[in-house]
Design a protein around this ligand. Structure first.
Ligand SMILES: [Zn+2]
Ligand SMILES: [Zn+2]
Length: 385
């Protein structure tokens, strides 16, 4: 990694991180790499939530603080072999692009440190544990939104559904809320040949699985969006035994708080009602895990203007919101936030695989665009807000 007049080599930074991926909340080496790079920029990084890193860049005079966020963790995925920059950590891979996000934010940090904004302050937040480990909440608990309290926050995701060279910034919801549920159906076990002497929880579970889909098709306004997925369904030990219990585990994705609360409430009613109708009992455990990522329209407009400076107006495109989850919304707090999708697909080079796929990759031409978008947004926000 070279700093200095030529600037950080973003491809080298990304590839170094890609070779050394680390799982959520275990980003030890990554955090050290980030800290060392920030120190070379004469910044003063501090650890946050263990493996997270924070650093502020103060402008010439007082003004608002903008938080810029990059996540740093990798996934338990075995990368396909044959890449010169492939993971050297078996079973762990940067399969979501967070290596790229970290490189983009380091690149923006270097530029902002070299020529600080005239007023206000930029807070760099290198976040651990985005992939289901609640890293954003851990950072907030450890002071990431402390004084001077950020007035707004921005983050980006390299996005394989968009071609490299394009940027999309949605108004309103762009990533869904993520919830977890488990339904335990308690029946009465027995011999497979004598079902009348038992209460079969498998039959009840089957009915519950099917009925849960009516939460989407019959209980949700068709113009709204909900996903209910049962990802695990477990019961029994042998073909000729009626088990005593069946367990369903799954996830609910929503964009709206009211829809989210209603779905949780009605899931309980549906599961317990169906179980009771069959002489069984259902216990529903429901956890609200991550809020939806909702872009503030005014901040989103500012980020789109910055994107137009970086890639040209015609390359600022629209995109579909995703039912995937993100915990960046936790760092938005109650303040306006914006999350941008930076295209990284390159069909000609075979860079088309979905995030979390073992063959996922990014077109590295997107890295300077992500860096420039973060920098341009920070300068524009601090100059105008
Ligand atoms: Zn991911
Ligand atoms: Zn991700």
């Amino acid at each position: 990694m070279k700093a200095g007049r030529t600037g950080l080599d973003l491809v080298a930074v990304r590839r170094d991180l890609h070779r050394h991926p680390e799982l959520s909340m275990k980003e030890k080496r990554t955090a050290s790499v980030v800290e060392a790079a920030l120190r070379r920029m004469s910044l003063k990084p501090r650890r946050c939530a263990g493996t997270g890193v924070l650093a502020d860049i103060a402008g010439g005079s007082p003004g608002p603080t903008l938080l810029l966020r990059a996540d740093m963790d990798a996934l338990p995925v075995q990368e396909i072999p044959g890449r010169s920059y492939g993971s050297m950590n078996p079973g762990v891979m940067h399969a979501c692009g967070h290596d790229g996000h970290t490189a983009c934010l380091l690149g923006a940090a270097e530029r902002l440190a070299a020529r600080p904004p005239e007023r206000g302050r930029v807070r760099l937040a290198f976040q651990p544990g985005e992939e289901g480990a609640d890293g954003a909440r851990a950072m907030v608990a450890d002071g990431a939104l402390g004084a001077p309290v950020p007035a707004a926050a921005m983050g980006l995701h390299l996005w394989v559904n968009l071609p490299a060279g394009k940027i999309a910034v949605l108004d309103g919801p762009c990533m869904a809320a993520v919830d977890w549920f488990e339904i335990r159906i308690r029946g009465r076990g027995g011999h497979a040949a004598y079902p009348h002497d038992a209460v079969d929880p498998v039959v009840v579970a089957a009915e519950v699985v099917t009925a849960l889909q009516t939460l989407v098709s019959r209980r949700t306004d068709p113009r709204d969006s909900v996903v209910v997925t049962v990802g695990r369904l477990q019961a029994g030990t042998a073909f000729n035994i009626i088990p005593g219990e069946a367990v369903l585990e799954g996830t609910v994705r929503t964009y709206r708080e009211a829809t989210r609360r209603r779905t949780a409430r009605e899931m309980k009613r549906l599961a317990t009602g169906i179980a009771r109708a069959h002489g069984a009992a259902a216990a529903v455990d429901y956890e609200f895990q991550l809020p939806p990522t909702v872009n503030d329209p005014r901040l989103a407009a500012l980020v789109r203007e910055s994107a137009a400076e970086v890639v040209g107006r015609r390359n600022v495109v629209s995109a579909e919101p995703s039912m995937g989850g993100e915990d960046v919304g936790v760092l938005f707090g109650r303040n306006p936030g914006a999350f941008a999708f930076v295209g990284c697909r390159n069909r000609k080079r075979g860079i088309v695989h979905e995030h979390h796929h073992e063959a996922f990759d990014i077109d590295e031409a997107a890295l300077p665009l992500g860096r420039d978008l973060l920098e341009a947004t920070a300068r524009s926000f601090l100059a105008h807000v």
